[in-house]
Design a binder for this molecule. Sequence first.
Ligand SMILES: Nc1nc(=O)c2c([nH]1)NC[C@@H]1CN(c3ccc(C(=O)N[C@@H](CCC(=O)O)C(=O)O)cc3)C=[N+]21
Length: 302
Amino acid sequence: MPHSENATAHLIDGKQTAEDIKVEIAAEVAHLLAAGQKVPHLAAILVGHDGGSETYVRNKVLACERVGYASTLLRFDDDITEAELLAQVAALNENADIDGFIVQLPLPKHIDPEKVIEAIRPEKDVDGFHPMNLGRMVAGLPALLPATPSGIVELMARQGIKTSGKHCVVIGRSNIVGTPVSILLAKNLENANCTVTLCHSRTQNLPEIVRQADIIVAAIGRPEFVTADMVKPGAIVIDVGTTRVTDANKKSGYSLKGDVNFAEVAPLAARITPVPGGVGPMTIAMLLLNTLRAAKGEVYPK
Ligand SMILES: Nc1nc(=O)c2c([nH]1)NC[C@@H]1CN(c3ccc(C(=O)N[C@@H](CCC(=O)O)C(=O)O)cc3)C=[N+]21
């Protein structure tokens, strides 16, 4: 179905799909309550005052309220020491009421994110960033899966996009998105079963490789990096980018730009995710799902 006439008819509605998932989670929470059990409890650590991080963490807390979870937000100034932050992580590890927690990234430069992530108990690591969860994911063992990558797989599955056997080109090799999504897409998870090519900043002939993709996952963090000349007509385009750019016409003072030049690429694509309203809301829905799985001891029995 190449060359769509209507620029919105072929949008992949991540916001609606995330809503559907939240409704399913809320029903499970109602069951837990009816059975006299405690509701899942998600905690988030936010260090500093990065505008984007504040928005995402606030969205996560709001999403908890929506599905009936308990939530705790721990805020610290960006002069918190690494030792203090590690002590906060240890306290959440020990707190039996907390089922899962995240430490919002990025962290200030004087704090080593790897050290902080490794300090999180794998069974409470609802971001799926701990090496234990990453290793289990790679090995195909039950694991808490990172939210954006599993959200991308879930989104395509729920939108009826057939990915099995297709060539997926992932652009970007970050620990949070590019690397894990390339692994998940190659697995049988939700019948993903893609043939995956992972491109990055050192890739030669990148446009030529991306043009071979049936499915493009753009996770570079550079606004409008993917242009029309890189897209095969009829491709599926998943845009993971959410860069804030100043925009005097917006009340907030900024607008969100994806990694795909939407105006150019949308007319070529069979299906495409918008920014906002695509992958972002799915990330939050999958975080909630991970929290439920952690609370139920699904991956690491309690
Ligand atoms: N420990 C940790 N875990 C993360 O999962 C994590 C993180 N750190 N650091 C930053 C990135 C980014 N991220 C997003 C989550 C939701 C939206 C989202 O909901 N976006 C909305 C728009 C929100 C807005 O208006 O800014 C949308 O695309 O429709 C975007 C980005 C999670 N991350």
